[in-house]
Structure formats: C-alpha cells, structure tokens
Design a protein around this ligand. Structure first.
Ligand SMILES: Nc1ncnc2c1ncn2[C@@H]1O[C@H](COP(=O)(O)OP(=O)(O)OP(=O)(O)O)[C@@H](O)[C@H]1O
Length: 518
C-alpha cells in the first residue's frame, strides 16, 4: 500500500485543526487538539471509545463549533458554520450512523442531499460512473431498506464522492465490513489519495491502520497523545498509546460440560418480504447451555432476517421452528421471548437497540419492562430502574458526559457497551448478539467477548452474528456460515479455517460437512 512521503517533500496540509477545544457540561471532550491532514495521505485518528474522535471530526466539518482553537484550510483560517458549507468547500464525512431513508431508493437518497434538481436518471448515471471509477458496488435503483449495513455505507461514500471532496473523513468505515469488503474499500482509499485527496480514517482495527495509513494521531481522554508512523508501530504498541496500559486478550474457551439445548431452530423458513432482509431456507441450529456459536457471512445473506426471526420481530408461522429453553416460541413476540429469559442485541444500536432521543435510563426499560423487577403490576419502579442503569454503566464502563444523557449523545462504542450490558444484566439463558463489538475499541471489545464467555460458562447459550471473522475465530466454540439464506452446520473452531469459512461465505459448503445436522 502507500509509501512514506520523504520529510523534505511533505505536501502542504489541506485541513488542519489547531488547538481545538470542546466542552459538554463538565466533560472536556477535546482539549487543545491539533491535527493536520495532508494532500495525498491517509491519516488515522485513533483513540479508545469516548476519546473524542467523533467530536474532533464534527468540529472539522462544521457540525459542532469549537469553544476555542481554529481550523485552517489550505493554510488559511476558516470557519465552517455548518456541514453544508464544509461539504461545498470539499470536506466530506461518512459517519458511523448513517442518514438514509429506508423507504427511498439509493438514487433518491443521494438526490435529497444535493442542491438543485438534477433528474434522477442523470444522477443514477453519475452514481454508476463513480461506482465504476472507485470500485464500489452500489445499485442506484435498489431501495435502501433492502440493503445491508455494508451496502448502506457504500451509498454514503458514493454520496460523499459525488461532491468531489478534497478531504474525505471516514468514521469507522470497516467495522461493519467483511474482510473482502474492507480490502475493496482500501483500494478505493488508495485510489482517492493517489488523486491527491486526503483521507482521515478512524478505526479501532489497528492492523488495518498499520497497512493503510501514512500517519496516525492518537487521542486519549480528549487530549492529543502522539502522532506516529503506524508502519513502524505494532498493533499492541498503538493500543498501548490509546489506552495508556496493556490491552488484555480474550481468554480462549475453557473446557466445561455443555448443558441442555437452550436454542433449537428446526426447519426454519421465512419468506423474503421484498424489503429488508432475505428469505431463510430450512435453517437448523442447536445451541446448548455453555456454548458460543458464531455465524459468519457476507452482510445481506439473511443474517438480519435470522436475527429478527429469533428475536420475534419477524413472525414465524411454525411454532416449533424456534424452541427457547424447551418452549415452542415461533409464534411468540419479543416481550414473550424475553420473558423466557432470552436477550437480543441487534446490529443497529442507535434506532433499533436504543431510542436516540430517550435518556439512557429510559432505554433500559425498552428490554426490561417485562422482567418483573423493574415494572410491577404495570407500575415502573423508578428506583429499581435507576439502580439497573447505574449497574450497567459501572460494570460495563459506559462513559458519557452528564448524569443521564439521551442515547444519541453517547459515543458509538459506549452505546454498544450499554446495550450489551443491558441484556447481560438481565441474566439471560440465551443471548443473541448481532455484531457485538462494532465500533468498540480493543480493550472494550476484549471485555465484551470475555463477558459473553463468562455468560456461557454460567450456562447461557450465546449466538454471535459477526462479519469479523477474526472475532469469531477468537472466542466462539463453533462457527456456521450464512449464505443466501442458508446456514451450514456449525463446525468446531479447531476444525475449520479462515479459508474454509471464506469459501462457505461464497456459497460453497466448505465450513462444515453438511448443511443440516447441528
Ligand atoms: N452532544 C454531546 N453532549 C454531551 N456529551 C457528548 C456529546 N457528544 C459527545 N459527548 C461525549 O464526549 C465524549 C467523546 O465522545 P466522542 O463521540 O467524540 O468519542 P469517540 O472517540 O468518537 O468514541 P467512539 O470510538 O466510541 O465513537 C464522550 O464521553 C461522549 O459521551
């Protein structure tokens, strides 16, 4: 990938933050942070959850105004009063949480963000052109509601590129991508920097930062810590800079006897509804108390439908197709399934797992209202709710400013820790988690995995849907692969390999011996 630029030939900074400071109440989210992005470089912005990366980016594009400090663009001071102005000046941002309308097509969504009234056919042609030029796979006339998170992200990138940005800021672009999708994004990034554009790349995946980025700025606790050449660092030395201490690794599976099946999926068929999620065909799966089963697969192959069928959000006709802790649950809704002590953590934390404009404590209620402890005889026990909220925050180290902010105020990784903690503290016998560590820093990711391992050791059955193969290989016991709505038989991790899983992801039945016996 990209070579180091000799020091005597450094290109000028395109966009520069000089001593930016931002306070939210008592919390100093950015404390005199400086960062310069040069033409032709990919610059990483690193830091643990809540370190202040998104706050810095928001100030660099006019979404937030700094309390002090200034921005320089082409070496001259500039103020971006809002994102429209920064966009018009050539600063494009793709955020972690997308701003797309499900009911509209790709081209309609893109049109909404543009000034003027370009005919949709012309715009679709421009999208096709951009897609072709930068190797992105996006179909202009597909409805966004049908797209996987990875595809939605490409729509956001295309939308940005159509504005012909000189600086492109990507906020955790690979956290929802498969290895292949990430590789193709890296090629796109290289093409962009090759054209003299600058890319600011926020990521918790330190290996990819080392491969892709020319320089890295590290933040910790809202402060600038270091600017380093990631190629001369190791993933652990970078993690040490971010965290200020060694990062623990997830303990491998401890051998313990497995108990009763907690989840049985038997001949589960779900029709595609033409909108989000594909059909499921004849899914079989058994997860016993004490084990973690992982589901790998390229996004959009039925994982979302499977999650929704398991959580009760999508109706399943056959009552016996899903059995939770010996109870036929196919026809039960989400609350009734939670009453069976099942916990569910969906992929989209903001909007699905948590209501953005509700306070965190009220968000606790979303999945605990049927548990009896917090709501009794239809009356909310506020003290019990607050006690649970505080326990989640303490045990899962959820960091935020203020006492009880709205969910949308949390950094991405901290919100993820919150929604995982909310389910884990319900003491479930079955927990289904879609993308458990999306956007979570290395230390917090290790903590989440270790917690899920502990739950399994205590007798919980855990199902993890993840696009991160390394994660699945690191902490699950068996792995199945989802492809075109079909699930391979889960195979013990020791008996499979990245290659076999990769093949199965492409549709070959290579990760397991057959497709049925679980
Ligand atoms: N609008 C806001 N009001 C109050 N606090 C906020 C607001 N925005 C961010 N914060 C707080 O500022 C801190 C920094 O958040 P920021 O989103 O910048 O972190 P981050 O480094 O991007 O984290 P992550 O990796 O989890 O996305 C966090 O503690 C967050 O809760």
């Amino acid at each position: 990938m990209a070579e180091n630029v000799p020091a005597n030939a450094l290109p000028a900074s395109l966009l520069e933050a000089v001593g930016l400071t931002k306070r939210f109440g008592a919390l100093l989210a950015n404390d005199h942070v400086s960062l310069a992005i040069r033409a032709g470089e990919t610059h990483a912005l690193l830091g643990e959850n809540g370190a202040g990366k998104s706050t810095l980016v928001k100030m660099m594009c006019g979404l937030l105004q700094p309390d002090s400090g200034e921005l320089l663009y082409d070496g001259a001071p500039i103020v971006f009063p809002d994102p429209a102005t920064s966009r018009a000046r050539g600063v494009g941002v793709v955020f972690q949480h997308f701003a797309l309308f499900d009911a509209l097509t790709v081209v309609e969504n893109v049109a909404l963000g543009l000034a003027g009234h370009e005919p949709l056919a012309t715009l679709a042609a421009r999208i096709e052109d951009c897609v072709h030029r930068y190797g992105l796979s996006v179909e202009p006339y597909r409805r966004v509601g049908e797209l996987s998170v990875g595809e939605r992200q490409r729509v956001e990138i295309v939308r940005c590129l159509l504005g012909n940005p000189r600086v492109l800021i990507l906020d955790e672009p690979t956290s929802v991508l498969t290895p292949d999708e990430s590789e193709s994004l890296f090629r796109t990034v290289d093409l962009l920097t090759g054209e003299g554009r600058a890319v600011l790349f926020i990521s918790h995946k330190l290996d990819e930062v080392r491969r892709l980025c020319h320089r890295a700025t590290v933040l910790r606790g809202g402060k600038f810590i270091a600017e380093v050449d990631p190629k001369t660092e190791t993933a652990s030395s970078l993690a040490r800079l971010m965290v200020g201490a060694e990062v623990p690794r997830t303990p491998r599976s401890v051998t313990h006897a497995l108990g009763e099946p907690r989840l049985l999926v038997n001949k589960l068929n779900v029709a595609g509804d033409g909108s989000r999620g594909s059909a499921l065909h004849d899914i079989h799966l058994e997860i016993r108390a004490g084990e973690i089963v992982g589901i790998a697969g390229v996004a959009g192959n039925g994982q979302t439908t499977l999650f929704e069928a398991l959580s009760g959000e999508k109706p399943v006709v056959d009552q016996e197709a899903i059995i939770i802790d010996k109870v036929a649950a196919g026809g039960l809704g989400p609350t009734e399934r939670r009453a069976l002590k099942a916990g569910f953590v969906p992929e989209e934390r903001l909007g699905h797992a948590a209501a953005p404009d509700m306070r965190l404590s009220d968000n606790v209620l979303l999945t605990t209202h049927g548990d009896g402890e917090i709501v009794r005889l239809g009356i909310i026990r506020r003290s019990a709710l607050l006690a649970r909220f505080q326990e989640i925050v303490k045990r899962f180290d959820v960091r935020f400013g203020g006492k009880d902010p709205k969910a949308r105020r949390l950094s991405g990784g901290n919100l993820q820790k919150f929604v995982i903690g909310r389910e884990v503290l319900r003491e479930p016998v079955l927990i289904v988690v879609d993308q458990p560590t999306w956007g979570v820093d290395a230390a917090a990711a290790a903590f989440i995995r270790t917690t899920l391992r502990q739950k399994a050791a205590e007798g919980c059955a855990v199902l993890v849907i993840s696009q991160d193969l390394d994660e699945l290989l690191e902490f699950t016991d068996r792995i199945a692969v989802m492809s075109e709505g079909r699930l391979t038989a889960p195979v013990p991790v020791a008996e499979t390999s990245r290659e076999a899983i990769g093949l199965a992801m492409g549709g070959a039945q290579a990760a397991g011996e057959g497709t049925h016996a679980a």
